[in-house]
Every structure is written in C-alpha cells, then in structure tokens.
Design a protein. Sequence first.
Length: 206
Amino acid sequence: MNEREQLNELRVPSKDNPLRMLMSACLTGITCGYDGSANGEYPSALKFLNYDTVKITRFCPEEFSFGSPREMCDIHGGAGIDVLNGKAKVLTASGKDWTDGMIQASEKMLEIAKNENIEIAVLMDISAACGSQVIYQGNRFDDNKTYQIGAGVCAAQLIRNGIKVISQRDFASLEIIYAKIDYQHVIDPTKIDHHETEWYKNYFKV
Ligand code: SF4
C-alpha cells in the first residue's frame, strides 16, 4: 500500500470521535524552537487547529530533553534510524553529544503517541528530531552543508513502531486529511508532497 492509500484508509472522524493527531509543538505555534521561536508559521499545519474533528497532541522532543532555547543539533553518520540502532550520533553545533537525550526524547514521544492512540503524526521536516522526509547530513552550519533523504530520530522511532508520519510540506497528503476532517473540503489535485518537488528530484537525482 503506498502512502496515499494508507492515508485514504484513515477513518472519517467526528466531533465525538475526533482524529487523534500528534503534531510537532512548534507547528502549532508553541515557541519551542532552538532559538525560542516557533520556527516560522506553517498555515498547512495551523489549519488543523480550526477543526473540532481533530484532537491534537503537541510535543516538542528537543525541548523535553534539552530545554528552550538550546543549541541547534544535527545527525552525524546516518539518519534517525541509525541513531536508534547505535550507528550514528546527534551532535550540537558546538560538538556536544546529544545522542542519549535525543533517544530518550524519541521514547517519550512514542510513549505519548501510544497513550493517546495516535492515528497520524504531522511533524516538522528537516529537524534532527521531527524530520520525516529530508534532514541535514551532519552540521547544517558547514559551508558545504548537505541534505539526506531520511527521518530524524523521533520520527524514525514513531515510524518503526507503525505510526504514520507526514510533514507540514507534504501538501498532497495533507489534502487527504483535510478532506477526512472536513466533508466540505474538496481535494486539490495539483498539490504535491515534498518528495515530488523539482528541488527534491534534482537534488537527490531520483
Ligand atoms: S524538536 Fe520538533 S517540535 Fe521541537 S522545535 Fe524542533 S521541530 Fe519543533
């Protein structure tokens, strides 16, 4: 089953039995970013706050382990799943090893997801914790910074435990969810997910 088919399988929620969604706290406007901001404003995610057919659980894994504000961190030597498997590390911009704290944060996120019976997670892409499609490869402050296809540590933890994760820039996937939670929403067939953009295809040569 491909990603869109999986999303189509989501039930149609109601006010009495809303869709149980986990969101990166910053995507809901909470100022838990590394610099004490909300990492910008993402209307595609904020839209979910307007519906009573969605029950949103917000969590910031990095704030849980490292507080806010904090240093910026990235994954070195692999992607999030490699960190969980002990094959890659999470390092801050100044070189502090945050691997253990990030794994603990991912376990907390999974615990919350299980306790809340989460049906779908919408997480902030690019983050070493929450990224689900594209993350940095090593330090994002390097002059020759590069990206890799993959999930951050906390998204990887959810995915490997069977929880579907999409990002705030997977616009085609988001359209399917909007239509589930709002019977009046007409799916816009011109929207695409991040992995379908020209930038993605050109950068990763896929
Ligand atoms: S760890 Fe996740 S929720 Fe927290 S600021 Fe980063 S992207 Fe947002």
